[in-house]
Design a protein around this ligand. Structure first.
Ligand SMILES: [Fe+2]
Ligand SMILES: [Fe+2]
Length: 325
């Protein structure tokens, strides 16, 4: 950690900035107050109905491009390796495969929250919107997991053993990666979420007729249609709250909505790769304007750097001194 590179939250606040409001929807790319990263669309879904959020891509220095390329290449390699392992063990056991996937799926959001809590304790960052959205994402993934358990995906000891041990390893790996480079960690999660989207998409297309004849799990009906849907709206950062209300009449509907959730996660992870870009969908007023950031407990908009890689790069280059002006 490099505490000398992170300004305390109290010193970085600029009250005048927090009184602005922007007539934009949730998680739409912010006005250009800070540099954005170029994000390669390595994992655009081929069969999806959702649009990957467009991002402005200003010219980047070669050094940034190179770092992003390295980060993304490592992520692609890691994701492909895990997919090969899962393909080996779960070629013909769909629910067990989904159980393993969903056990792992919650982990990165918990890891992001852990690191953000730590940074907040040290007075480096305060990002309430990130904490809210990441918790809502993990809550959504937990319900996917409960659905798979109700479908019997966790009935074998070996599947539980494998999933739980991968989850522990994945947690520490994500904490390390997030401290090193939030952009890289979010991109890795985008890769994982895209794999989840594709997996469910193929499953639905191969088994659609059969799934329509089967009942929906109770936990799915309760999660998607019952009670307070605040957290359900909270993780869908490209949508206005209350704009998606699924019907769950059978198992087909259940899997369609799980797939759509994975698509939403994919978009949120993509948007998160641009520093400071993530907004809670509930942080916008009814007229579409953004709530005052201080009243929503939110952003430190004058970060000097994001993660160890960014801090090191800026400490030896012109970036940090430029930001301080
Ligand atoms: Fe999931
Ligand atoms: Fe997911």
């Amino acid at each position: 950690m490099l505490p000398f590179l992170f300004p305390p939250i109290s010193r970085t606040r600029n009250p005048s900035k927090f009184s602005k409001s922007y007539p934009v929807r949730a998680a739409v790319v912010r006005e250009q107050e800070e540099k954005e990263v170029v994000v390669e669309e390595t994992f655009r879904p081929k069969t999806s109905g959702f649009n990957v959020q467009s991002q402005r891509e200003p010219p980047q220095p070669d050094s940034d491009q190179l770092i992003i390329k390295i980060e993304q290449s490592i992520n692609v390699f890691l994701t492909d390796t895990v997919i090969k392992v899962l393909d080996t063990f779960y070629r013909d056991r769909d629910y067990a495969r989904f159980f393993v996937l969903e056990t792992i799926a919650r982990v990165p959001y918990f890891a992001f929250i852990s690191v953000l809590h730590l940074y907040e304790s040290f007075g480096w960052w305060r990002r309430a919107d990130y904490l809210k959205v990441h918790f809502a994402e993990s809550w959504n993934e937990m319900h996917h997991l409960l659905i798979m358990e109700e479908l019997g995906g966790n009935s074998w000891w070996f599947d539980r053993f494998l999933a739980q041990h991968i989850a522990v390893f994945y947690y520490f790996m994500t904490v390390f990666m997030y401290a090193l480079s939030p952009r890289m960690a979010y991109h890795f999660s985008e890769c994982v979420e895209h794999h989840a989207y594709s997996t469910y998409d193929k499953f639905i297309k191969a088994n659609g007729d059969e799934l329509k004849e089967m009942p929906a799990p109770e936990v799915a009906v309760r999660y998607y249609t019952g009670g307070d849907l605040y957290l359900f709206d909270e993780f869908q950062t490209s949508r206005v709250p209350n704009s998606r209300r699924p019907k769950i009449d059978n198992l087909y509907d259940t899997f369609v909505n799980i797939r759509e959730d994975e698509g939403e996660h994919c978009q949120t992870m993509k948007a998160s790769q641009t520093p400071g870009n993530l907004r809670s969908p509930h942080s916008y007023a009814d007229d579409g304007s953004k709530e005052d950031e201080l009243s929503s407990g939110c952003m430190d908009t004058e970060l000097h750097c994001e993660g160890i890689v960014d801090c090191l790069k800026k400490s030896v280059g012109p970036g940090l001194s430029k930001t301080k002006q």
